[in-house]
Design a protein around this ligand. Structure first.
Ligand code: SF4
Ligand code: SF4
Length: 304
């Protein structure tokens, strides 16, 4: 539709609305105040202490990122767009560009380092739905050009960030009708990847070991891209949290307040006791996943 009187339109074009940036509630509030001439209302008090966004308690991605950091602390970490971008908090996400870029950037970093005669571990992470959506062409290209890096596909069997839509790896559509599942492993192999392993990231020590071994293997002459499918369903998907084993944990007096569990691992159910400084578990937030038991170097997190 053509607008006859463009001068009567207010918006980004005439600066009434900021010409760039996201239209978050605070920005919209300001715009509406300007239009309406109303005075700003009172802001409701913030609920509790502000905290940066983080992965949910019991999130399998947290375990995967923690294992990556433990196994290859000097690696370059390329990641992608999804809830798992929050792996940045865990120090396991260096770059996020656009969907599929974790793989294309990993490939680019590999070739750039190789041209300069340098060698550095490279770990790319991408969610399962992002991989189905935009990772496949980049993976084919990476295989084709002989890149060597580890790709972890964080398979939580859902499209978590946009509201739990099923992925093509499942045998149902968003409306519940049956669908033909396209297994990730088959798809990855069909892209030319020789090495594909599937592991539950809750097996933290095993995953850490697997990442270390995989890194050694891909450095060999015949090595190439190795894919690890880190597979555990999202705890927010209906029925998942109830169906999995749940542990009732407590922090014993062996705790030395090192902060590894609540700062480095950053489970939101863990935090320091304001009086003692020792870790404590918030039972209202804890999912009972039990992963923190293997995070504490003192063995201070125990079953009740
Ligand atoms: S529970 Fe373990 S990891 Fe957490 S602060 Fe105490 S000693 Fe550190
Ligand atoms: S079991 Fe440990 S890691 Fe899992 S949600 Fe509870 S406090 Fe967090």
């Amino acid at each position: 539709m053509q607008l006859g009187r463009r001068d009567r339109i207010r918006g980004r074009g005439d600066g009434s609305v900021p010409p760039q940036g996201e239209l978050v509630p605070d920005v919209i509030e300001e715009v509406l105040q300007k239009f309406s001439g109303l005075a700003p209302g009172k802001k409701p008090p913030a609920a509790g202490k502000p905290r940066r966004p983080t992965l949910c308690p019991g999130c399998p991605h947290r375990a995967a990122f923690y294992a990556i950091r433990q196994a290859l602390p000097q690696a370059i970490y390329l990641s992608d767009i999804g809830c798992y971008t929050l792996g940045r908090n865990l120090g396991a996400v260096d770059t996020v560009l656009c969907m599929g870029a974790a793989i294309s950037q990993a490939s680019g970093f590999y070739h750039a380092h190789r041209m300069r005669g340098e060698d550095r571990p490279i770990v790319a992470t991408i969610g399962d739905s992002t991989f189905y959506h935009a990772g496949i062409p980049a993976l084919i290209n990476a295989v084709h050009t002989g890149a060597k890096f580890i790709l972890l596909i964080l398979d939580n069997s859902t499209t978590a960030m946009t509201g739990d839509q099923p992925t093509p790896g499942l045998d149902r559509l968003a409306d519940g009708k049956p669908a033909k599942a396209v297994p990730l492993e088959d798809l990855v192999k069909s892209c030319g990847v020789q090495e594909v392993k599937i592991i539950d990231p809750y097996r933290l020590a095993d995953l850490t070991r697997l990442i270390k071994e995989t890194e050694k293997g891909l450095r060999s002459e015949n090595g190439g891209i190795s894919v690890i499918i880190s597979k555990h369903p999202c705890l927010m998907s209906p029925g998942v949290a109830k169906a999995q084993a749940s542990f009732r944990l407590e922090v014993a007096d062996d705790c030395i307040s090192c902060g590894i569990c609540y700062q480095d691992f950053e489970c939101p159910a863990l935090g320091p006791d304001p009086q003692t400084g020792m870790a404590r578990i918030d039972p209202n937030l804890c999912s009972g996943c039990g992963v923190c038991v293997n995070v504490c170097p003192q063995g201070a997190i125990k079953q009740k």
